[in-house]
Structures are given as structure tokens and as C-alpha cells.
Design a protein around this ligand. Structure first.
Ligand code: ARG
Length: 581
């Protein structure tokens, strides 16, 4: 069910409650899905009225259910009271008509809260010369999903890659390269060489403190625009972006702009000056800071040697996003470990007098917890690299597919869709603020709460539709036409059909709720619910060989609708739907 239908019902019944504390808005808020779907599609609890009317809720419900029945609302099949609730059953025709309306919309069920507004979303944003790790997976898939959700609400979205491409580590890397380049194979394995060099620098620096000095000096050269060091830095960025692009392609991630930290180099002085002009800059142990409140440590703006920091670059970047990109909403999809950082940055912006600081949001997320990591080796024993996780998942998916469906064509393509989809879904099904359990058995459980289970359900719909089309010798385009002309009058829905239909009607509402809370998990668990409900329908009812031709048509229409919602929902979550699996 969705708010549109709730609103309509509330509008049509609120006069019955005149002289009680239940007004139009309250009724709309109170209308909920009954726990037991056989009770109807919406339910209104009346406990709130007990005190005022000095009656027991069951008696109130009975009285008002009968009053509502008396006004004869044409889209209601019945309105009955059960222990303090008024339960509403809608006519099948009304529900099917609503479903038709939802599917008929150009972009299914899209909201309009973002019309005329621009939204910047910063996501994935890895650090040059370092492999994307499993933590970046969250920043990547949650970010891309929220990006899709924002677009569904009508926002003009700019996906931004705030690449970690500036800081003293690039001086270190450039110096390391100058010393050791001949020992690495940059032709064959550029990114690996870069990372190995980075690790080696840090290992050796422990016993060679002068390394850090070399690194710092080389970074100063980079800052001063030294051509040789600048060329090296450019090469590092290029090698890294190429490596990440490969992963972004696999995950279906698209940024519109790369605005790495280096991009703000020439805006830092101006930013610090603005802070100074506001009288906010304080000298503290040789460094410049802004005090942001009693419970929060001060925000470091420049180090004692004058060098800028991560926060300085984020301040410049926020101003750029507002002043140049002209964004109305500015989102940062970054782990919970950077909460303090964003609190400080947003607070400094507020103190600088930017009223738009309130439109900046840190979309934080929890960390991964590993269960049976045994199935995956880790390089260096510490970080878990995203690429290894994806490869492993695809490999496992392939084994399962091989076993379940040995004759499947294009196994490699399907294994990639299923393996990658499984990893994405396992991430997104979790409320982002919580930590995520990483458990291979669950991630790839084709019968469990998993990505493959949903993909499998969509594939099941597609296979039913394919059979129908071939039985009726109908082309894909003709089939779409045929479905859009489905006649809803005189349709009677059985329990499983009713459940499916009223669940599907909630799709557009779910997109809005999911965006409003910046929680793709709301959409993910809805899609799971649709898959489960469709499977219940499929197992209980005969579809292609139903007795009545009208039942076949009706169930095909519901299968067609379920397939649309499943495929669209998965697309929003950036998960692909195979044709067969
Ligand atoms: N590069 C950072 C990291 O990987 C994330 C950057 C997030 N965005 C930002 N504007 N600070 O940890």
C-alpha cells in the first residue's frame, strides 16, 4: 500500500470521526498494514479514542466500522472491526487499477520532491595507490544506490569522486619511485608495483627515519609544481583510476565528476582566509585550529609547517559544491569512523556563516565483520581487497550454477551477475548504520535472504512470461501492448493474488521512504518481500494451466507486474537481473 491510497481513504472517512480527536492527518498516519493479510489491506487502530469516548476500543471499532459501511465507499469491499481495529478490504478492481497506474508511469512510481533541485553525492572516493578494500565496498554500493534513489525523486544528481590524491604520502611515493623504480615491473603490473612500493616505503621507514624527511621534501616540490614530481604524481593517479575503473564497471558505478583532493589546492589559501576573516582561526601549539564546541575537539586547519589537512580540503570542497556546482543537497557516503571529521567540518561551515551547512549530510555506515574468512586468502594478512572478494564470489556462484543448471548458456556472464549481485545485496540489506556480517554461506544461499534468491525469483517470472508468449505466439512488443490493455473490470483476486498486488502497490512509496532516510536497506528488504510473496503465489496457484482463461490472464498480469517491480528494484540497488540462471 502507499500514501496515495491511505490519503484517499483518510479523506473519504474523516468526516465520520468528526467530534473525535481523529482528524484527517491523524487517520492518514495511523492507517497501517494489518499483521494478518487476510484481514484486509489497511487497518485503523482506534485505541486513541478510548479515553475520549469512554468506551472500550472493540466497541468503538464496531460502531465506527458500521458508520463507515453506511457511507458506501465504492472502492471498499468491506470494512469490519476486529478487537480495536477497523479493517479495510479494497475491491480487486480498485487494486488492479492502481497497479496498472503504477506500471504505466513513465518511470515507475517516481517521486517529485527533488524537482528543480541539484544533489551532489560523494561516494566510493578511494585513495590513490591503495587498492579499494572491503570498506570501500560499502561507500561504493550504498552511494550508488542512494544516487539512484535520489534520481528517482527527481533530483538532478552529480556523482562525485572525492579521490584521495593529495597529501604527503604522494611525496613519499614519488621519492620511493625515484629510488626503486627499476626493481618493479611498471609495464606489466603498474598498480601492484605502486602499492608494493608504498608498503615497502612504510616498512623500511620504520628503521630509516630519514625516509620521512625525503618524503616531506618531495611533497613540498609537488606543492610547488616541480614538473618532474608532478608528472610522477599524474602517473600515479592515472594508474590508480584505471584500476578502480575496472571495479566500478563490475559494480555498475558511474561518477559524473572526479574532484580529487588535489583539485582544491589553489582554493585552500582562500578558504583559510575566509575562516580567518570570521575571526575563527586560533593558534594552538603552532597549528591553526577552529574551536567547534565543548564536546568536540577543535578542527585542525593548518599544520605547524603550514601544510593543509584533510579537513581543509573538505572545507574548500564543500564551498565549491555549493558555490560552483550549485547543489541544494550535499551528501557524503563515508564510514562511521569519519563521524568526528564530518561533525567538525560541518560545524566550521556553520560558524563561517553558511546557512547551507544544514544541507550537508554525512551518510555513515558500519564496518564488516568476518565469519568464515577461511575461504578467502588475504594479501599481506591485513586488508581484504574488494577485487578478491568479488572474484571469490563469482567463482562460488559459478560452482553453484554449474551444479543447479549445468546446461545454462553464458554461464560466465550469469556467474558474474550473480556473484557480484550477491555481494551488493548482502551489503545493502543491512541497515547501513549497523555492522555487516560477512558470511559466504548466507551471501550465496539461493534459497535464503540473498541477492541470488531475488534474482532467481525474477528469472522465474521471466520464464513464466516467456512460456506464455510462446504458447500464444506473441512478440515482446505485442506482449507489452497486451499487458497495458489488461481489463481490470470484474477481476476477483484470491488471497495470494491480493497479497502480491497490494505489496506491489507500495513500490513508489518505498522509493521515497528509502531516499528520505538515505537507507537502501528499506528498498532491499521490500524487494526481498516481493520475491517471497511472488514465490508464495507461484507455489500456491496454477498460472499457465489455470482452469479459467481469465485466471491465466490475471496471473500473467500479476507475474508481469512482479517482474517489473523486482527488476526495477534490483536496478535501483545496482544489481543485474539475468534472463536465465
Ligand atoms: N578518501 C577517503 C577514504 O577512503 C574518503 C573520502 C570521503 N569524502 C570526503 N569528502 N572526505 O577514506
Amino acid at each position: 500500500m502507499n500514501n496515495k491510497i491511505k490519503k484517499q481513504l483518510a479523506h473519504d472517512i474523516f468526516t465520520v470521526f468528526a467530534n473525535t480527536p481523529l482528524d484527517f492527518e491523524k487517520i492518514q498516519k495511523l492507517l497501517e498494514k494489518p499483521k494478518d493479510p487476510s484481514m484486509g489491506q489497511l487497518s485503523l487502530p482506534v485505541f486513541l479514542l478510548a479515553k475520549e469516548l469512554k468506551k472500550a476500543p472493540p466497541a468503538i471499532a464496531t460502531e465506527y466500522a458500521s458508520k463507515i459501511s453506511d457511507i458506501k465507499i465504492n472502492y471498499l469491499q468491506s470494512c469490519e472491526s476486529v478487537s480495536g481495529f477497523i479493517n479495510f478490504k479494497f475491491t480487486s478492481e480498485f487494486l488492479m487499477l492502481e497497479l496498472q497506474g503504477l506500471l504505466g508511469q513513465e518511470a515507475m512510481g517516481y517521486g517529485d520532491q527533488g524537482h528543480g533541485k541539484r544533489l551532489v553525492i560523494d561516494y566510493s572516493s578511494p585513495n590513490v595507490a591503495k587498492p579499494m578494500n572491503i570498506g570501500h565496498l560499502r561507500a561504493t554500493v550504498i552511494g550508488q544506490a542512494i544516487r539512484n534513489l535520489a534520481a528517482s525523486q527527481g533530483f538532478e544528481v552529480i556523482g562525485l569522486n572525492h579521490l584521495g590524491d593529495w597529501g604527503v604520502q604522494f611525496g613519499k611515493l614519488a621519492w620511493a619511485y625515484q629510488q626503486w623504480k627499476s626493481e618493479y615491473d611498471f609495464e606489466k603490473a603498474p598498480f601492484k608495483s605502486l602499492f608494493d612500493m608504498y608498503v615497502r616505503f612504510h616498512d623500511e621507514a620504520e628503521n630509516n627515519p630519514e625516509y620521512d624527511e625525503h618524503g616531506a621534501a618531495t611533497f613540498r616540490k609537488l606543492e610547488a609544481g616541480d614538473p618532474e614530481v608532478t608528472d610522477l604524481w599524474k602517473m600515479f593517479v592515472e594508474i590508480s583510476l584505471k584500476e578502480y575503473q575496472h571495479l566500478w564497471d563490475r559494480l555498475g558505478v558511474k561518477h559524473d565528476l572526479v574532484r580529487g583532493e588535489s583539485f582544491y589546492s589553489d582554493q585552500l589559501e582562500g578558504t583559510v582566509q575566509k575562516i580567518k576573516d570570521q575571526g575563527l582561526l586560533k593558534l594552538s601549539q603552532g597549528a591553526y585550529v577552529v574551536e567547534v564546541g565543548e564536546d568536540v575537539p577543535p578542527c585542525l586547519i593548518t599544520k605547524s609547517d603550514g601544510a593543509s589537512l584533510y579537513a581543509t580540503r573538505d572545507l574548500a570542497s564543500a564551498i565549491y559544491r555549493h558555490d560552483v556546482l550549485k547543489c541544494d543537497v550535499n551528501l557524503y557516503v563515508v564510514g562511521v569512523d569519519q563521524t568526528l571529521h564530518f561533525n567538525q567540518v560541518f560545524k566550521v561551515l556553520e560558524l563561517m556563516g553558511y546557512e547551507w551547512a544544514k544541507d550537508c549530510h554525512h551518510i555513515s555506515f558500519g564496518m564488516y565483520r568476518f565469519k568464515n574468512i577461511g575461504k578467502m586468502s588475504t594479501r599481506k594478512g591485513r586488508a581484504i581487497f574488494l577485487e578478491d572478494v568479488l572474484n571469490k564470489s563469482v567463482e562460488l556462484a559459478k560452482e553453484i550454477i554449474q551444479e543447479k543448471n549445468p546446461d545454462l548458456k553464458a554461464k560466465d556472464i550469469v556467474a558474474e551477475q550473480v556473484g557480484v549481485g550477491a555481494i551488493i545485496f548482502n551489503d545493502l540489506i543491512n541497515d547501513r548504520v549497523r555492522d555487516v556480517d560477512f558470511d559466504w554461506d548466507r551471501i550465496l544461499d539461493f534459497e535464503g535472504d540473498s541477492g541470488p534468491y531475488i534474482q532467481y525469483s525474477a528469472v522465474r517470472c521471466k520464464s513464466v512470461l516467456r512460456k506464455y508468449k510462446s504458447q500464444h505466439n506473441i512478440s515482446d512488443t505485442d506482449f507489452e501492448q497486451h499487458m497495458s490493455k489488461f481489463d481490470v473490470s470484474e477481476v476477483e483476486l484470491e488471497t495470494e493474488e491480493l497479497n502480491l498486488c497490494s505489496l506491489l502497490l507500495g513500490y513508489s512509496q518505498i522509493l521515497t521512504d528509502s531516499y528520505d532516510k538515505f537507507k537502501p536497506s528499506i528498498l532491499a528488504s521490500y524487494v526481498l518481500d516481493v520475491a517471497r510473496t511472488y514465490n508464495g503465489f507461484y507455489n500456491k496457484l496454477r498460472i499457465l494451466n489455470a482452469d479459467q482463461p481469465s485466471d491465466i490472464e490475471k496471473r500473467i498480469y500479476l507475474t508481469y507486474s512482479a517482474n517489473k517491480v523486482l527488476s526495477e528494484g534490483l536496478r535501483m540497488l545496482n544489481i543485474q537481473t539475468p534472463e536465465e540462471m
